[in-house]
Write a protein that binds this ligand. Sequence first.
Ligand code: AHG
Ligand code: MN
Ligand code: MN
Length: 322
Amino acid sequence: MRRLPPVLLEDGCSRELLSLIRTILAACKEISFRVSQGALSGVLGSTLDENIQGETQKKLDVLSNQLIKDILLESGYVKAIASEEEDYTVAGDPDAQYIVAFDPLDGSSNIDINSLVGTIFSIMEAPKDADPSDPSIFMQAGKKQVAAGYVLYGPSTMLALTTGKGTRLYTLDKTHGSFLLTQEKLIIPADTNEFAINASNQRHWLPPMQQYIEDCLAGTEGPRNKNFNMRWIACMVGDVHRLLTRGGLFSYPEDTKNPAKPYKLRLLYEANPMSMLVEQAGGLSYAGTERIMDIEPSEIHQRVAVTMGSKNEVETCLSYHK
Ligand code: AHG
Ligand code: MN
Ligand code: MN
């Protein structure tokens, strides 16, 4: 059998950045093992706690967060970390070059049904001479990311990674514990007839999104003049993985269900890293009519509307909002 090149084929990126990515992946391999053990590793079910965003924490949210946090802070590669499951940023090594924002376990509602979950990470340069305990070091637009990726814990464990020169896919070879390159250059097809959205929120969406989905659902009898298919995994990593591999449009749009919370997905841990992976594969990623990676964050747990995926379909969706 042909021998595949080992991780990480990320040309032109610094030794320190590669070491940092490998550090994150070491924690992800441990999470992959625990996920695959399921009930045997005692990771199913909820804790009695909520995170600062008012969401009940699952045992696996807490465990995954601890694994990534500990390994990053011990590594000396990070000046600070920000996690979906941490109330505040956590200071690391004052001399380190990078900061990392991460969603330790994405798709938490899938844990107990043995369905897809993932880990998402975003790496940025730490401003020089900045105080590692100052959360404002994370207030950088997504276009400043130097690397972004996710690990999908599915039937196989896969890594999607970009360091700014395309998006590549790696598969965890569990026989010797390495992520091996399995797709060198991902290109999202520009056209698609598949969308992913939580349709149970339909009556709460704003009129442009209502109209866009209504026209998709009308199929060949409507203005789009083609039939659409719908998928929803309830794990952004799983849904974005599908659109990276075969195209599609993924959206978690603004809604009016709870006026205090018009958006669901988080800018730093979910929207920004996924936007970089999608754009590096030729796709587009928007919040309403604004490119997500241009948004200047104002706080670490900030949420945004998200529509990303196949270029022509995202543009069509955008045209309803203009
Ligand atoms: P998390 O598990 O990290 O809180 O993220 C869940 C997110 C995302 O993965 C998914 O696309 C979406 O929330 C699912 O939302 P619904 O529960 O509305 O389906
Ligand atoms: Mn998430
Ligand atoms: Mn999460």
